[in-house]
Design a protein around this ligand. Structure first.
Ligand code: NAP
Length: 251
């Protein structure tokens, strides 16, 4: 049974990785997915693959750190559907480096994508979500959101902000019948983790720390996203769901 039939979903950073997997899964569950990414080509390729498989998708180049891109997105969706049921704030970047060596530009860029982007989309999509009479916002944080991880203090700080923002927005948007939840993935094999996971000792250490005995793949996140997007989670808001093969249980 299609659990998202008739729903309009927006997924940011959906050209590759976790966002792409969520976009594809939402489409198989019956949603019309707006596949957005800073890279217009990967967004278009993902949307085409959805349509080729019988789903409904629209691609759009959207840099979540740019207000004008987000305005263009909300206007396009208003014209096409006059509502949005689901917003997945997935786009994120990881800038490696010790804080003492981090330039203002690197910090600002990471903050603008990972925090400001989530806040902007959640704010600017509110009128569309309200028109859906029961919207769902799903943010993508990390199991490292409230932990130290060297040399990623700045990255984990942005994820801590995403988790905190989720809880604040859950309270603020509940009167509008909009739920706001967060998924915290563990180590998932994507472009972000590729450099790290290509190092055999690091990969082995991370697998060893994962009770389920393997690292995650983007499809592992999609069930949690469908849960928060669908009526199955109607009484959940402000929830933080860890999807990490049990790693955080032992941290
Ligand atoms: P990914 O494979 O690098 O995918 C991220 C996507 O977001 C890419 O298509 C990227 O485009 C796009 N993007 C980057 N900056 C953007 C912007 N300003 N506006 C719109 N799109 C932008 O990474 P991923 O692993 O799937 O990450 C997805 C989310 O999961 C991120 O928020 C990440 O922090 C989070 N997460 C990942 C893991 C993990 O282990 N992979 C763990 C915890 C949390 P380009 O490729 O062109 O930059």
């Amino acid at each position: 049974m299609a659990r998202l039939a008739g729903k309009i979903a927006i997924v940011t950073g959906a050209g590759v990785g976790i966002g792409q997997a969520i976009a594809r899964r939402f489409a198989t569950e019956g949603a019309h997915v707006w596949v957005t990414d800073i890279d217009g080509k990967t967004a278009a390729d993902t949307a085409k693959s959805i349509v080729d498989n019988g789903g409904a998708a629209t691609a759009m180049q959207v840099d979540v750190s740019k207000g004008q891109d987000v305005t263009a997105l909300t206007r396009a969706i208003e014209t096409a559907h006059d509502k949005a049921d689901i917003l997945v704030n997935n786009a994120g970047i990881l800038v490696r480096g010790e804080v003492r060596n981090l330039s203002d530009a690197d910090w600002t860029h990471q903050r603008e994508v990972n925090i400001d982007g989530v806040l902007r989309l959640s704010r600017d999509c509110l009128p569309l979500l309200r028109k859906a009479h029961g919207g769902s916002i799903i943010n993508i944080s990390s199991i490292m959101a409230n932990r130290g991880l060297r040399p990623l203090a700045a990255y984990t700080a942005t994820k801590g902000a995403v988790t905190a923002l989720t809880k604040g927005l859950a309270i603020e948007y509940a009167p509008f019948n909009i739920r706001v939840n967060v998924i915290s993935p563990g180590y998932i094999e994507t472009a972000i983790t590729d450099r790290l996971l290509r190092l055999p000792p690091v990969r082995k250490a991370l697998v060893d720390k994962t009770p389920m005995g393997r690292l995650g793949v983007p499809d592992d996140i999609t069930g949690a996203a469908v849960f928060f997007a669908s009526d199955d989670s109607l009484y959940c808001t402000g929830s933080d769901l860890m999807v990490d093969g049990g790693m955080s249980a032992g941290l």
